[in-house]
Design a protein. Structure first.
Length: 449
């Protein structure tokens, strides 16, 4: 269900993003069409302006000025005619440039140019005749009749061109309006759809965040409850283990008194029973001691100081030789082993590791135990190596579990929590511990701090 919610949120975001991209692309295309149509509108307006407000005006002004000159002989009218006639050629050139992208209009201009040229030629003839011989009524009348025909043809062509440009202008305006309407529709529709999607995604996201917040709060509460339960359990284990030491001491003490003072009255079977009671009591005492160390490894506050690991190892070796003086074991303890940590807890680490090596080399006629260091990258790793029974590396992940004993180690005894205690101490020192071994070929335990 949670995965489905996350998928819906992701899909909503992607869909909203897709809509925004589509809006951008569509708006860009619509804007391109809008700009192009706007350019056509401006172009058509310019052509219409040139046809109506420039060419026809200049033709009319040239005709009017020419007539004024013919009737009055005023040189001002002549100059006005000449200026207007000069502009007509420029007007035709401008129209030619403006309509190059319109073949039909080009054809109309090609048809218009000879008419305008002929009309200008008639005016020039009229002006030249008037300046040379004065007003010639008969010729002027003929020129006027021909001029009217040309004027009609010119105006028809101009009107046709104006109608064509007006149609283009109307079409371009409709395209502008349609493009603007389409752009507005895309923007409004896309924005509304994106807002709706984003709103849905926002609601789902808030719900997801709320669920995660509640889950995190529950997890914190469970973690706190678990930590409290662990502390209570450790406190209980510590108290029970501590309180059991006194009854065990009483059992061992009375067993010893029983053997010393009443041993002569007991047969061998009774003495064997008492001895077994003492052995079991000793094993129980050792188990309690190990439990206390296990609890201490978690409860004790670490005091960081310079620790001489060589001195601790030498002390442990000496104690082991005193306990079993008949055993022939070669110890190789590197000199100058130093570490920063809690001396008491590191003592527990070495006692367990060296004690295990002592225990599991019991079958070796030439037992060897080595304590030293190697470099792991830029970090120092301490190790305890032996040539004892070893173990299968497939069991390596289990050896640090509390009360776990490997099958090959069952006959050697022990509480089964020594390595769990060692791991806890090493982890509290910010380090790690691992082992390398082979069945029947010894084991090496490494740890860092």
């Amino acid at each position: 269900m949670k995965k489905l919610g996350r998928n819906v949120i992701s899909a909503g975001f992607l869909l909203a993003l897709s809509i925004l991209v589509a809006i951008g692309v569509s708006t860009y295309r619509a804007t391109t069409v809008l700009v192009s149509s706007g350019e056509w509108v401006a172009h058509s307006q310019e052509v219409l302006q040139m046809l109506g407000a420039r060419l026809l005006v200049d033709l009319t002004e040239a005709q009017s000025a020419r007539r004024g000159f013919v009737l009055s002989g005023d040189t001002f009218e002549l100059e006005r005619y000449q200026a207007a006639a000069g502009r007509i050629d420029a007007d035709l050139d401008a129209l030619d440039r403006l309509t190059k992208d319109h073949p039909m209009q080009q054809q109309r201009i090609d048809a218009l140019k000879p008419l305008v040229a002929k009309r200008l030629a008639l005016w020039r003839e009229s002006v030249a005749l008037n300046r040379a011989e004065g007003l010639q009524f008969e010729r002027e009348r003929q020129l006027m009749l021909e001029g009217r025909k040309l004027n009609d043809l010119i105006r028809q062509d101009v009107a046709t061109m104006q109608a064509a440009e007006s149609a283009i202008l109307e079409r371009s305006r409709k395209q502008v309006q349609e493009s603007a309407r389409r752009t507005l529709l895309i923007l409004v529709t896309g924005t509304v759809a994106s807002m709706v999607l984003l709103t849905v995604v926002f609601v789902l996201l808030r719900r997801e965040i709320g669920q995660r917040t509640r889950m995190e709060a529950e997890l914190r509460q469970r973690t706190a409850d678990l930590e409290a339960a662990n502390k209570e359990l450790e406190s209980f284990s510590y108290s029970v283990s501590h309180d059991l030491r006194n009854p065990l001491g009483v059992i061992e003490g009375f067993s010893e008194i029983l053997l010393e003072e009443y041993g002569s009255t007991l047969d061998d079977t009774a003495k064997g029973y008492v001895q077994r009671v003492r052995v079991v009591a000793a094993e129980m005492a050792q188990l309690i001691q190990d439990l206390l160390h296990f609890c201490l490894a978690q409860r004790a506050e670490i005091q960081h100081e310079q620790v001489d690991l060589t001195a601790i190892a030498d002390e442990i070796v000496e104690e082991l030789h005193e306990i079993e003086p008949d055993r022939q074991v070669t110890f190789v303890v590197a000199r100058g082993l130093q570490a920063i940590g809690d001396r008491g807890l590191l003592d527990v680490v070495l006692r367990n590791l060296i004690g295990n090596a002592w225990k599991f080399t019991r079958r070796q006629p030439a037992a060897r135990i080595e304590v030293g260091t190697v470099m792991q990258g830029d970090q120092t790793a301490y190790y305890v190596r032996d040539n004892g029974i070893g173990f299968d590396m497939e069991e390596a992940s289990k050896i640090f579990g509390a009360f776990h004993r490997l099958p090959a180690a069952q006959e050697f005894g022990g509480s089964g929590i020594g390595l769990a205690t060692v791991q806890r101490v090493i982890h509290r020192h910010g380090g790690r511990i691992w082992a390398e071994a082979a069945l029947g070929r010894g084991a090496t335990f490494y740890f860092t701090l």
